[in-house]
Design a binder for this molecule. Sequence first.
Ligand SMILES: [Zn+2]
Length: 463
Amino acid sequence: MLPTAVRDYISAHDQDFIARLLTFLRFPSIANIAAASDGSDACIDCANWLQQQLASLGFDAAVVDNPGGKPNVIAHWHHHAHAPTVMLYGHYDVQPPEPLAPWLNPPFQPQIRDGNIYARGANDNKGQFFAHLMAVEAWLKGHGELPVNITIFAEGEEEIGSPQLETFIRTHAQLLQADICLISDSEFFAADCPSITYSLRGLAYIELTLTGARADAHSGIHGGALQNPINALACMIAGMHDANGAVTLEGFYDDVLPLDENERRAWQSLPFSLPDYAASLGVPCLSGGEHKYSVLERRWARPTLDCNGIIGGYTEAGSKTIIPASATAKISMRLVAHQDPARQVAAFRRYVETHTPAGFTADIQVFSTANPLFVDPDSPLIQAAARAYVTGFAKSPSLIRCGASIPVAETMQRLLKLQPVLMGLGLPDDNLHSPNEKFSLQQLRNGAVTIAAMLTEIADGTP
Ligand SMILES: [Zn+2]
C-alpha cells in the first residue's frame, strides 16, 4: 500500500512541482547543438540543474562526463541493505523545436493552457521523467525515506539516437547496477486507457546499391542492350513481398514469437477504430503488411520490411535520357521478439546474392541494428506495474506492444541484466517531436502517484 503521506505530499506540493517542471522545460537542451563560443551549453546547464535537484533531496548525485557528447546525470540513494535497487531512467535532452511558426508559445517558454503544459520536452521526456522525481521526493519528504534503493539515470543524447550509450553503460556499469529499470517514455493507448508496453520492435537498417555501366549512358543508343539498375532494383524490392504481403526472405519468420491467444483477445477489446486510424493517416484503407493478421498485430507483433527511399538516375527538372549507372535503396526491417537482427541481415544478403540480375554488382551497407524487447506480460513485475496504475489512475491498464523501438530498454536488459518496465504516462495527442508539444497536468499528478506506488509494489517483494 502506498502510504497516505506520500500521496498527500504530491497533492500538497502541486504548485511547487509545476513551477519546477517549468524551470526544467526552460533549458533548450538540444543534444546536437554544440557549446557556444563562450563555452555555455544548455545541456550542461540542464544536467547541472538536475544534479542540484537530486542532491538537495539527499541523493549522491553527479554530472558524469560522456566524452565527445552531452553529459549524463547519475544519482544514488542506496540506504537499504537488503532492498532491491530500482533505476529510474529518463532523458533530459529534447528534439529541436523547428518549425517555430506553428507554436502558440515559444517552445522554451512553457505555458499552461486548459490543464496542459505546452513546451518542447513537456512530454518527451522531461514531463514524464519529472513524475519520477516527484515520486521520489514525495517518499523522501512525505514519508522520510524511500522503500527501495534508487539509482537515477538521466541521459543527454536520447533524441540523437544515444550514439555513445553502450560505451557509457559499459564504462559505468558499476554505477548503474540495478535490478529493475522503470522508463516513462511511452504513452497511453488512448486517453483514459492507461497502458503498459511490454514489447518493442527492433530494427535493421540497410542500404542496397546496384551498379551497372561505368557511367550514365545514352538511353537511345544503348537502351535495349544495357541493363538498367533502377528497373532491376525495383524488381528486387518488389520480390521481397509476396501477393499476401508476407516478406519472402528465406527464414525471415523462423524466430518470430507467435502471438498468444490471450494477447490477441486482449487487443480486440482495445478502444481502436480502424476507420479512424486510417483517416488519421489520410488513407481510405490499410493494405500494408501481411493480410492474414489484424492491423494491431501487423504493427506490434509481426516483422516488416519497408523501402524508405530510392536514389538513382536523373532527378532534376525536365528530362534527360539516360540509362543510369547505379541505383540505391534504403531499406528497414522492423523486427519482433525473438528475431536476431544479424540473422535477418544475413537473410537479406542471401536474397541479394540470389536475385541480383546478370551485369550488376550489389553492395550492402548496414547502418544500424537494434534488438527487439520483450518482457513476459504475465510476469510478477508487469502485474505489479498494473496494480500501481490502478493506484495512480483508478483504472486497470491495458497491456500493449509498440511497433517502434526504445533501444535503451533493450540495452539495459542486455548489458546490465536489469528488467525494464515501460510505464508510459503520455497521451497519444501530445505532439511529440512536433510543434505545440504538451503534457497533461493530470497525467503528471497521477503519473507521480503511479510511480510512487510502483516503488511500494517492488518493496513489497513482487519480483
Ligand atoms: Zn523523443
